[in-house]
Design a protein around this ligand. Structure first.
Ligand code: F6P
Length: 361
C-alpha cells in the first residue's frame, strides 16, 4: 500500500439523524485503511470552518460509534458561510481550507448543506457530498439514511397507540416530522396500520377526514390517523411552531395534530387524543438497515475521494451506488407522488388521505 498523503476533512451539517456516525466511521476508516489518509474532523458543520475549529480523528476515534445516534463532530443548521450573521464569509472559509492543506472535504448534509457545498466547490473546494435526512426528500437518491430509523420509531409509536386507542375506543392522532414531504407519515403510517394518513403533497378536506374517521370508528370502535407536520387543509395554511430567521429554511413546522383534534372534535362524537413524536424520530441508534446503508454510502464516498471525483454527491439509484453533480441534488425536494408503490398500496387497502379520488390526479 503506497502512502498517498491524502488529508481529508469530514463534516456533518444541518439537522442530525441516526446513521451520521456510521458514515463518519466508514469514510474515515476506509480512507485510513486504503489510502493511508489523515482525517480531520470539522466541528459543528460549516460553523467549524467559519470559526476555525477542527480536530484530527484517529482510527480509535472512529471505532465503537457505529450504533451511536447523533454525530461525534456536532452539527449546526444555521451556519451558512455565504450569509453568516449578515456577512459573506466564504472567502475566509476558503482561506482556512487552504491553510489546513486539505485535499478534500466529505460533507454529510441535507439539501441546504449540499447547496452551500455546491457554491464552495465552485470556489475551488474539493467536496464529496453524502445526503442525509430523516425526511427522505432529497432529489437524485432513492432514499436517505436516517429515514428507516425514523419510520421504525413511528411504527413502534403506532403499535403502542393502537393498544391504548383500542382499549378506550378512541381516535388516536399521531404527528410525524418530514417537513414538506410525506415520506415518514406514509411509510410509518402504512407500517403501523393507520386508517387515515394526511400528507403535505395532498391538502386534505376536513369533511373527508371526518367521514373516514367516523367510518372506522363505526367499524372497529377506534381509529388511527397519522398526519405529517407539513400537511395542510385545502386552501389552508401550514401549522408553524417557530420561525428561525437565521436558518436557510426558517419555518419550523409542528402542532397540526392538536389543531386537527380540535377541528375533528367539533363534528365527531368520539374521544380523541393527539401525540406529536417530534425529535424522538431523529435521535437514538440507527436501525440495522440504516447502519448498513450509511456504511455503504460512506465507503462509496471514500472511493470517490480516492478517485479525485469532486463536486459530486454519493447517491443510491436502483439499489446501486452512484454519484451525481452537487447541483443536481442541492436545494431540491423529492415528494410523494401517486405513482409511489406504497401510496398505491395504501389506496388499494382503503387508507384515506383525506382527499376525494378526483382530487388526486
Ligand atoms: O429536516 C429534518 C427535520 O427533522 C424535519 O423533519 C423537521 O421539520 C425539522 O428538521 C426540525 O428542525 P429542528 O431540529 O431545527 O427543530
Amino acid at each position: 500500500m503506497s502512502k498517498s498523503g491524502l488529508r481529508i476533512g469530514i463534516l456533518t451539517s444541518g439537522g442530525d439523524c441516526s446513521g451520521l456516525n456510521a458514515v463518519i466511521r466508514s469514510v474515515a476508516k476506509s480512507l485510513m485503511l486504503n489510502q493511508n489518509a489523515d482525517i480531520i474532523g470539522v466541528k459543528d458543520g460549516f460553523l467549524g470552518l467559519i470559526e476555525q475549529r477542527v480536530t484530527p480523528l484517529t482510527y480509535q476515534d472512529c471505532s465503537g460509534i457505529l450504533s451511536l445516534g447523533g454525530t461525534i463532530l456536532g452539527t449546526c443548521n444555521n451556519a451558512n458561510p455565504f450569509s453568516y450573521k449578515g456577512q459573506d464569509v466564504s472567502k475566509s472559509v476558503m482561506e482556512y481550507y487552504q491553510q489546513l492543506e486539505l485535499d478534500a472535504i466529505v460533507v454529510i448534509g441535507g439539501d441546504g448543506s449540499l447547496s452551500v457545498s455546491h457554491k464552495l466547490s465552485q470556489m475551488g473546494m474539493n467536496i464529496v457530498g453524502v445526503p442525509k435526512t430523516i425526511d427522505n426528500d432529497l432529489m437524485g437518491t432513492d432514499r436517505t439514511f436516517g429515514f428507516d430509523t425514523a419510520t421504525t420509531v413511528v411504527t413502534e409509536a403506532l403499535d403502542r397507540l393502537q393498544t391504548t386507542g383500542q382499549s378506550h375506543k378512541r381516535l388516536m392522532i399521531l404527528e410525524t416530522m418530514g417537513r414538506y414531504a410525506g415520506w415518514i407519515a406514509l411509510h410509518g403510517g402504512m407500517a403501523g396500520g393507520a386508517d387515515v394518513i394526511l400528507l403535505p403533497e395532498y391538502p386534505y378536506d376536513i369533511d373527508e377526514v371526518i367521514r373516514a374517521c367516523e367510518k372506522r370508528m363505526c367499524e372497529k370502535h377506534y381509529s388511527i390517523l397519522v398526519v405529517a407536520e407539513g400537511a395542510k387543509p385545502k386552501n389552508g395554511e401550514l401549522t408553524v411552531r417557530e420561525r428561525v430567521c437565521t436558518s436557510h429554511d426558517p419555518l419550523r413546522l409542528g402542532g397540526i395534530a392538536e389543531a386537527l383534534k380540535q377541528q375533528i372534535a367539533v363534528k365527531l362524537d368520539a374521544e380523541i387524543r393527539a401525540t406529536t413524536l417530534g425529535h424522538i424520530q431523529r435521535g437514538g441508534s440507527p436501525s440495522s438497515f440504516d447502519r448498513i446503508f450509511a456504511t455503504n454510502l460512506g465507503c462509496y464516498a471514500a472511493s470517490l475521494v480516492a478517485k479525485k471525483s469532486f463536486g459530486v454527491v454519493a447517491v443510491m439509484q436502483n439499489n446501486q451506488m452512484t454519484s451525481l453533480p452537487l447541483e443536481q441534488v442541492a436545494n431540491k425536494c423529492r415528494l410523494v407522488t401517486t405513482s409511489d408503490q406504497t401510496f398505491i398500496s395504501a389506496r388499494a387497502l382503503g387508507v384515506s388521505f383525506g382527499v376525494t379520488d378526483d382530487n388526486f390526479d
